[in-house]
Design a protein. Structure first.
Length: 484
């Protein structure tokens, strides 16, 4: 694809008022794909190749399906099939009108797909250059026609995901013209959503994920997500995200209903999405103290997953669940199996260490009370969390954190402050996760005490840490927005 755009084309928009006929058909393909009507989508893609043999869009359609099926299943064969088809697609893009914003946008999409698949194939440099080519095509489309708002969604994807790289890398990205900024990403997604045409669905879905994952703003996330599910009721990617949202909002009955609708899908192309849905169901049931159901769903995860990720973790969780069901033999069997996780996965690694400790020292009354205290805290039953904390004689740092958070949520702010002050004396490492949690709880306590300026000071200290890509920081961002 040509990368140089003559500036006087910026205002020559009338030439592109007509949508190319192959693009019209491609948009029909997209609608079918979004609703998971893949037989119809595949037929449209095949017809595109037959009716428009020189068009890249039929092959581009296959690229999209390959990416979706790979993300849904983690089938390595799909990774191998993707690149020959994508190479063919790019060859055809080289021969189309490279001053047409529609083709530039779709070529940018193709490079975006390549960036995704290179990343999963551990080809980091190839992924980076594919991303750079994608951004170049999206920006060229905007240069030609600034009112081609759909293209803004393409640049927004990379602005968001690259915002999580370390600060020193962001400097390098800016030098080569990549803006890695969440606010820019949101602004561009909203442009595509509010003024675009065919990219509105993708923009809405990405906005729903940003508001949930980055800001822990579930209401705003659902504002974009629920209409998508109403329009595309068969799309399990959308439903899976809704299940996550309901769990985060502690609406567990709704979460269970949505996730059970996902696992009813019997398409092997989405076996990994189904596996992760069983994983979420297992986690949720464990936290609700329904240990028998938790075991059932964790076992389902192990049946459907194609990865060893979380296998150590779920065996550890099943072991704890069996202990709490008074089935010690099965509990120990599961804890022994916790060694078969992914050593590079921090949850699996921690699960193995904890399993070894329990196998060596036994599952104590302290362990039992701690599980119940943590579960009640996670499910919003703060009085229950305090009840089990009081049963624990050894007030470890972890126990004190549970007590403090429960007291804050119950608005017993002075009692919580005493515990937080005690923790401040204990925790000396200002780079530890415990110190960051302490800052967050101090900010939350100050906020509930109507001292927003003090809360913001604690949050400023918290955000001075470079690594912000997790749910804990999302909660802190949500609090920051309330303070402003």
């Amino acid at each position: 694809m040509k990368k140089f755009v003559i500036l006087f084309f910026v205002f020559a928009t009338s030439a592109f008022s007509q949508i190319p006929p192959d693009e019209v058909e491609y948009q029909k393909f997209s609608e079918a794909a979004y609703n998971f009507d893949f037989e119809k989508a595949k037929k449209i893609a095949f017809d595109l190749q037959k009716r428009f043999p020189n068009s890249p869009l039929g092959y581009h359609a296959n690229s999209r399906l390959n990416v979706w099926f790979y993300l849904g299943s983690r089938d390595e064969d799909l990774l191998k099939k993707f690149f020959p088809n994508s190479d063919k697609t790019l060859d055809l893009f080289d021969n189309v009108d490279d001053e047409n914003p529609y083709y530039l946008f779709r070529c940018g999409e193709e490079y975006s797909f390549r960036a995704i698949m290179y990343a999963f194939d551990f080809e980091k440099m190839s992924a980076f250059w594919a991303a750079r080519n994608a951004i170049s095509d999206f920006e060229d489309a905007i240069d030609i026609n600034p009112k081609f708002y759909d293209a803004y969604s393409g640049t927004a994807v990379f602005s968001y995901f690259l915002s999580f790289v370390p600060s020193f890398l962001k400097v390098g990205l800016s030098i080569i013209g990549i803006n890695a900024d969440v606010n820019t990403s949101i602004r561009n997604f909203k442009l595509a959503y509010e003024r675009g045409t065919f990219a509105r669905t993708e923009a809405a879905f990405q906005l729903s994920k940003i508001y949930s994952d980055y800001y822990f703003d579930i209401d705003s996330s659902n504002y974009f997500l629920l209409p998508l599910i109403e329009k595309y009721p068969n799309n399990i990617f959308f439903k899976y995200q809704l299940g996550i949202n309901y769990i985060r909002a502690k609406q567990f009955d709704k979460a269970e209903k949505v996730l059970l609708s996902v696992v009813k899908n019997d398409d092997e192309s989405f076996s990994q999405v189904i596996a992760f849905s069983y994983f979420l169901l297992g986690e949720m049931k464990f936290h609700l103290n329904d240990f028998a159901s938790a075991i059932k769903y964790f076992e389902k995860y192990s049946q459907f997953t194609r990865s060893i990720n979380f296998m150590g973790y779920i065996n550890y969780k099943c072991g704890i669940a069996y202990y709490l069901l008074d089935e010690e033999t099965k509990a120990r069997e599961c804890l022994l199996m916790a060694q078969y996780g992914n050593d590079d996965n921090w949850k699996d690694k921690l699960a193995y260490e904890r399993s070894q400790k329990i196998l060596s020292e036994g599952f104590t009354v302290f362990d039992k009370n701690l599980v119940y205290a943590k579960n009640y805290l996670r499910t919003g039953k703060y009085s229950g969390a305090l009840k089990y904390c009081k049963r624990i004689n050894d007030k470890t740092t972890e126990v004190k954190f549970i007590c403090a958070e429960a007291l804050i949520e119950l608005k017993h702010l002075n009692e919580a402050k005493k515990i937080l002050n005690d923790l401040s004396v204990q925790i000396r490492n200002d780079e530890s996760s415990e110190y960051l949690k302490l800052l967050y709880l101090k900010a939350l306590n100050s906020f509930y005490g109507n001292n927003k300026s003090e809360a913001k000071k604690y949050l400023d200290k918290l955000f001075s840490v470079d690594d912000k890509n997790n749910e804990f920081f999302a909660k802190a961002r949500a609090l920051e927005r309330k303070c402003n």
